[in-house]
Design a protein around this ligand. Structure first.
Ligand code: C2E
Ligand code: MG
Ligand code: MG
Length: 731
């Protein structure tokens, strides 16, 4: 009984074990983990949306496995090659294999039946001409296709396969000509070649062959069992089903552009876009800058100008006048202060708007008559300040008609009764005003004259003082006529002989100009030289005189009479931008004279004004062989220091200033000391303005033998000078 119970329980246990084992075995075997690569779209790849492993290989395997009763999970293999993956127990199966290969650790593998024929294609660069035969080919493949590579080696023993980590490296090797072609399956190529950067790669259809596409595992009993079951599933797959799967994946546009693709594909467009963007950015920045500058300019304009009329504001006028006087010291200017006497009445009777209109009209009218070197400013209400060129009589009258008259008649011209009464005061600027422009002071002078008009007359204008008016007229006469006077011979060069009392004869002369003015008669230099100096025209006159002197000297040289002539050099002739020594050198060269025939007189005061430029000019003139004389010594601020510093050849002592008034005895003492001093300094001396025999005797007794003055001769026209007896009267 006990044996029967033991037997029964053994049988039950066995039956249970028998029933339980297949169930256990079946449960494990129904789920397969398949290791696959994921770098070969569309065969195996990761769906970007679902993050699942998908592809032709996945669908085929799944379809076959399902038919065999397996549920399949795909896992991305992390090993470098399929050979390595074979050794990893985490995968039940690994794929894809073309044929069975050994694992990395050397164990044999077993593979399933073929899931599909994979067409393998070679890809080369577009420009490659001839391809060697497959047996001699150097081929590049992905390292993860180690299995396939082995199969290929078996198929084509002479082939040389190099393995690369990525497709990028494969292509680089191809381009570097390290391999003749790249090998991969056609499905993968159909995907990879969509990359724009690979558009130069071409498929070599002639070299196509196919490989099997199988799954495999280590050659173990368990492995073989699974493969056997799988093979059943593979056999059950119809061709149509396989083709449908292939088509499903190859007909989709799976390739997704990354940034580099866009750059490659649309590089030019992107570049143009970037350039356009940059250009827009630059334009925007520039426009903002221009806008800001305009705003600043507007602000500055508003600060310097009167908004109503557009004339300068008082401040603007002041600073502009200073600028103009500094920039144009040669232009003679008039500054006027003008005001409408009955402006209040106009405003009251015709309205403020009419008053404003009148002011605007006035400024507009004045501005239209003005040059860039002139200015108009609104001082206040109906008071204007105007700076204009002193054109003299004509210009002032012209202003009167063109500007003032039309303002006067502004309302009457428009059918109203009100006549505008204008009062103006005019101040003619003096050289002082250019040196240190004090615009307020000038305005005050003009205002004084304007006030006088306003208080004594209904309208009109006056100069600050009557002399100024006369001077204004003279300026116009002189300045306007100079060029014509030079041309027509109205300006002449006269000579005043210089006596050498030691020799008892004349041995030189000073050239002095005379103007035979058609209206004003004979003009003395004092009447027009300062005006020409102010108007910046003195150089025109002087260079005419110098040239005339050179002509005369050449003629005298030709006649065997070698003479020496002193010419006057105005302090206004000497300017940093004018090469006076060069001018004289060219002149004497042109007339074949020796430079020492010209003695150049520079007035003493000139040295005090701008010593540096004068001293350097003097030195250069002397270096060039000319004699330089200090004219009018004693007339200005003679300083002993100047005698020491200024390197002249001859001092021209002006008796006039020392004998004119005051104590004659003191004058004589001073003269005798000057003579002694100049001689001890090694300079020559000539006395000018010698009018009497006593003066001449006194000078001679003191050792000064060179003299010039009415006592010996007045300045003479050239013909008279030429006929002069060389002998002088003895003092
Ligand atoms: P300056 O160079 O000192 O010339 C001497 C002036 O004294 C001359 O006057 C001459 O006529 C005058 N004079 C000569 N002897 C006597 C005399 O015994 N008594 C008196 N009271 N005067 C006498 P002028 O010709 O009227 O010239 C005046 C100034 O004009 C000259 O003084 C000179 O500085 C200037 N000047 C004359 N011609 C020219 C010229 O062509 N160019 C320049 N830049 N200045 C000139
Ligand atoms: Mg002189
Ligand atoms: Mg003199």
């Amino acid at each position: 009984m006990r044996r029967i119970r033991v037997l029964l329980s053994t049988l039950l246990l066995t039956a249970l074990l028998v029933c339980a084992l297949p169930a256990f075995g079946e449960q494990n075997g129904d789920a397969l983990t398949v290791g696959v690569p994921t770098d070969r779209c569309p065969v195996f790849f990761v769906d970007a949306d679902t993050n699942e492993i998908v592809g032709i290989g996945v669908d085929l395997m799944r379809a076959a496995a399902e038919k065999a009763g397996y549920a399949v999970t795909f896992k991305a293999i992390e090993e470098a090659t399929l050979k390595d993956a074979l050794d990893n127990p985490a995968y039940d199966m690994v794929m894809p294999f073309g044929s069975s290969i050994s694992s990395a650790s050397g164990q044999p593998s077993a593979v399933s039946d073929n899931l599909m024929q994979t067409p393998m294609t070679l890809v080369t660069e577009g420009g490659r001409k001839q391809m060697p035969a497959l047996n001699q080919l150097r081929v590049g493949m992905l390292r993860s296709m180690g299995g396939a590579a082995e199969t290929v080696r078996q198929l084509y023993p002479g082939i040389e396969i190099s393995m690369y980590e990525t497709m990028g490296e494969c292509v680089a090797a191809l381009r570097a000509n390290q391999v003749d072609a790249l090998l991969h399956n056609s499905y993968v190529w159909s995907y990879v070649l969509q990359k724009p950067a690979y558009s130069d790669l071409t498929v070599q259809p002639a070299a196509m062959f196919s490989m099997d596409f199988r799954t495999g595992t280590l050659d173990t009993p368990a492995g073989r069992a699974i493969l056997e079951r799988l093979n059943g599933g593979i056999a059950a797959l119809t061709d149509t089903a396989r083709q449908a799967i292939v088509l499903d994946h190859t007909s989709r546009r799976l390739y997704r552009y990354d940034f580099s693709d866009y750059l490659h594909q649309y590089g030019l467009i992107l570049l143009l876009g970037a350039l356009l963007f940059a250009a827009l950015a630059i334009i925007t920045v520039q426009r903002r800058r221009v806008y800001r500058l305009k705003q600043e300019e507007k602000l500055r304009w508003l600060m310097d100008h009167d908004e109503l009329t557009g004339a300068l504001s008082l401040d603007g006028f002041r600073s502009h006048v200073v600028e103009l006087l500094t920039a144009h010291p040669d232009i003679p200017y008039l500054l006027s202060y003008v005001n409408i006497k009955n402006f209040k009445y106009i405003n009251d009777s015709l309205g403020r708007a009419a008053g404003d209109e009148l002011l605007r009209f006035w400024v507009e009218k004045t501005q239209s008559a003005m040059s860039d070197e002139e200015a108009i400013g609104r001082v206040e209400a109906d008071h204007f300040a105007v700076l204009r060129h002193a054109g003299g009589n004509e210009k002032i009258r012209w202003d009167d008609y063109e500007v003032i008259n039309s303002v006067r008649n502004y309302f009457t011209d428009r059918g109203k009764e009100n006549r505008v009464q204008i009062c103006g005061g005019i101040y003619a600027l003096t050289p002082e005003d250019y040196r240190l422009p004090d615009v307020n002071r000038m305005l005050d002078y003009a205002r004084v004259a304007e006030k006088r008009v306003r208080e004594t007359k209904t309208e009109g204008y006056e100069f600050y003082n009557p002399d100024q008016w006369e001077r204004g007229k003279r300026v116009a006469e002189v300045v306007n006529r100079l060029p014509a006077a030079i041309r027509s011979g109205d300006i002449q060069v006269w000579y005043q002989p210089q006596a050498n009392c030691e020799k008892g004869e004349f041995d030189g002369a000073e050239a002095l100009c005379r103007w035979n003015h058609p209206k004003l008669g004979w003009l003395q230099p004092a009447e027009f030289i300062p005006t020409l100096e102010e108007a910046g025209l003195i150089f025109d006159l002087d260079s005419f005189v110098w040239e005339k002197v050179c002509q005369d000297l050449r003629r005298w040289n030709g006649q065997g009479k070698r003479r020496y002539v002193s010419v006057n050099l105005s302090r206004r002739d000497i300017r940093p931008d004018r090469d006076i020594p060069g001018h004289f050198t060219r002149l004497v060269q042109a007339y074949g004279l020796s430079p020492n025939q010209l003695r150049i007189e520079i007035t003493e005061t000139a040295f005090a004004e701008d010593p540096e430029l004068l001293i350097s000019t003097t030195m250069k003139l002397r270096e060039a062989g000319f004699e330089v004389e200090m004219d009018d010594f004693g007339s200005g601020y003679s300083s002993l220091h100047m005698l020491k510093e200024v390197p002249v050849d001859r001092i021209k002592l002006d008796l006039h200033f020392l004998t004119g008034t005051g104590d004659a005895e003191k004058g004589r003492v001073i003269i005798s000391y000057i003579i002694q001093m100049v001689r001890s300094l090694g300079m020559r001396l000539i006395a000018e303005g010698v009018e009497t025999a006593e003066q001449a005797q006194f000078l001679q007794s003191q050792g000064c033998t060179e003299m010039q003055g009415y006592y010996f001769s007045k300045p003479l026209p050239v013909a008279e000078f030429e006929g002069l007896d060389e002998k002088i009267k003895t003092p």
